[in-house]
Design a protein around this ligand. Structure first.
Ligand SMILES: NC(=O)c1ccc[n+]([C@@H]2O[C@H](COP(=O)([O-])OP(=O)(O)OC[C@H]3O[C@@H](n4cnc5c(N)ncnc54)[C@H](OP(=O)(O)O)[C@@H]3O)[C@@H](O)[C@H]2O)c1
Length: 364
């Protein structure tokens, strides 16, 4: 692998480490706030054969381009196999997607060694009670047929009622919230690092106030925050905070409203308008012989983040892998101008939790 390490203000730093067992991060916010906010950070990105990789605060490397597996569960075994054969080495799954067994079968069929794959799964909301956390990971590991995951994320900060049902509902069909505090859930996740079953832990879908509260109680800072991020929802201030804290950002829904689950039009969009057809992305792509979709991926990767596009089409799986390419600074800055604070994933009403309360694009 050709390893090129450079420095850039856009790179992910290692402000504080995911120190699993070597003592506490007593007050990560205080320690990070002692750092210069405007300072340039050492880039921790490696570009080479097999694609760009970023360094996490654990010291591990995360491939910048992964395959998402939410939706179309019956097609995911073939899709993940196609992805692994094409060269993907980062897979994103979750308990709630129902795709862990398919991911396991694809890995086994691919012949790619487990140690070459960065595998993420997520703790579902019905397992937030601290005593449920390790059994929930065990169940995922059993379905994934692996002794460890590279990253275990708390999927949402919001608990649902503990129990076997992933979607506990009352007589009126409304979700039943749980009693666990996500900070206590996080503390239980910290203990997983000691078992070796999760090599890193992280969060997903936290508001800024929720992240700050978690960090005040944490002994271990999240290695990763997985959140909705794309050129129409750039959340620059929030992203900068993560850079300061050394928390890697993984962009989900990197194609914005391409996911059919987001079909409900927002009043800001014209009928049929799609991020990947944004004229600026398409025009920039022409310079490089790339599509708008590929430019959207490169925009995230080149700024030190990872992206996890989902596709069940073999052609698009391969096409998306070519979204890891160099973009000129002037093109990155042009894409900055596309921000519309347009958030597509906000299930606040369904899960009875006010998500993203202090973030851009808050809708419901
Ligand atoms: N942490 C969380 O709460 C959370 C939330 C959402 C998503 N995620 C993760 O992030 C992954 C990606 O997000 P996402 O699935 O919402 O959205 P996405 O990857 O931005 O978009 C997926 C959609 O785009 C289509 N597509 C893929 N490549 C394309 C291309 N090159 N040209 C045109 N269309 C293309 C796919 O259709 P086809 O499949 O038909 O190709 C699919 O409908 C998920 O699969 C999941 O792993 C996590």
């Amino acid at each position: 692998m050709v390893a090129a390490t450079s420095s850039s203000p856009l790179a992910c730093p290692t402000s504080f480490k995911q120190r699993a067992l070597r003592g506490a991060v007593a007050d990560p916010l205080r320690s990070s706030s002692q750092r210069s906010l405007g300072g340039r950070h050492q880039i921790r990105t490696i570009v080479g054969e097999g694609g760009t990789r970023h360094k996490l605060n654990t010291g591990a490397e995360i491939p910048a381009l992964g395959i998402g597996t939410w939706r179309d569960a019956d097609k995911q075994e073939q899709t993940v196999l196609t992805a692994l054969k094409a060269g993907y080495r980062h897979i994103d799954t979750a308990r709630i997607y129902g795709t862990e067994p398919a991911v396991a079968s694809a890995i086994e069929a691919s012949g790619v060694p487990r140690s070459s794959i960065f595998l993420t799964t997520k703790l579902w909301n019905n397992s937030h009670a601290p005593s449920d956390v390790e059994p929930a990971l065990d169940a995922s590991l059993q379905d994934l047929r692996t002794p460890y995951v590279d990253l275990y994320l708390m999927h949402w900060p919001s608990p649902l009622q503990s129990g076997p049902s992933l979607r506990p509902t009352d007589a009126r069909g409304a979700m039943i919230p749980g009693a666990a505090d996500y900070v206590d859930t996080w503390r239980a996740m910290e203990a997983l690092l000691r078992t070796g079953k999760a090599r890193a832990i992280g969060v997903s879908n936290l508001a800024e106030s929720e992240l700050r509260r978690l960090l005040r109680a944490a002994r271990v800072a999240p290695a990763v925050h997985q959140l909705e991020l794309h050129p129409w929802l750039q959340q620059r201030r929030f992203v900068t905070l993560h850079r300061r804290l050394g928390i890697h950002v993984t962009q989900y829904s990197p194609f914005g409203n391409a996911n059919p689950a987001y079909a409900a039009a927002t009043e800001e969009l014209s009928p049929g308008e799609r991020l990947i057809e944004d004229p600026v992305l398409v025009e920039i792509g022409r310079k490089y012989g790339k599509s708008g979709a590929q430019v959207a991926l490169a925009w995230g990767i080149r700024q030190g983040r990872s992206v996890i596009p989902k596709s069940v089409s073999p052609e698009r799986v391969r096409h998306n892998l070519e979204g890891d390419f160099e973009l000129a600074e002037e093109d990155l800055r042009r894409i900055d101008g596309l921000d519309r604070a347009l958030r597509f994933n906000d299930p606040s009403a369904r899960f009875r939790w006010n998500y993203y309360a202090d973030l851009e694009g808050k809708r419901y």
